[in-house]
Design a protein around this ligand. Structure first.
Ligand code: GDP
Ligand code: MG
Length: 152
């Protein structure tokens, strides 16, 4: 299993405004994942239509768009073993009411339309989303000094 798998994790506007973003960074970092890119940014509607391409016909799509453009988003990229699947586990279920305590949504959210965080759901989508949100030069190359203590 590759240690260089990458995922796209974004703290949504409510997670930024409520000050939950440090908790997200702490959880991914302490699990052993390496932060590769980070920026606070407003998501444009065109970007969101690509990002959520599979959801544009859903009845909740207009409210999802206004939610995601209601404030800045903290966009991040993380790298490490099985990070896409492990990242989804750290997030919890889409519906916070079905997210176990101990997960980010389970600990900090109640409504689907205010579920504070996004995480890629497959390696393929992760690569698509990373390319959508970040320029190549924004992905920072460095040696993670912790790796000797994380990987066997
Ligand atoms: P995710 O991958 O767990 O974020 O879930 P999806 O890709 O299915 O949906 C994207 C986002 O749209 C979710 O995180 C929610 O914020 C929102 N969403 C999904 N389903 C619903 C729904 O039934 N109602 C509302 N209000 N929002 C939804
Ligand atoms: Mg999704």
């Amino acid at each position: 299993m590759s240690n260089t798998e990458r995922t796209f994790i974004a703290v949504k506007p409510d997670g930024v405004q409520r000050g939950i973003f440090p908790e997200v960074l702490r959880r991914f970092s302490q699990k052993g994942f390496k932060l590769v890119a980070i920026k606070l940014t407003y998501a444009k509607e065109e970007l969101l239509k690509e990002h959520y391409a599979d959801l544009t016909s859903k009845p909740f799509f207009p409210s999802l768009l206004s939610y995601m453009t209601s404030g800045p988003v903290l966009a991040t990229v993380w790298e490490g073993k099985d990070v896409v699947k492990q990242g989804r586990a750290l997030l919890g279920a889409t519906n916070p009411l079905q997210s176990a305590p101990g997960t980010i949504r389970g600990d900090f959210a109640l409504d689907m339309g205010r579920n504070i965080i996004h995480g890629s759901d497959s390696v393929e989508n992760a690569n698509k989303e990373i390319a959508l949100w970040f320029k190549k030069e924004e992905l920072v190359d460095y040696k993670a000094e912790m790796y000797g203590w994380i990987y066997e």
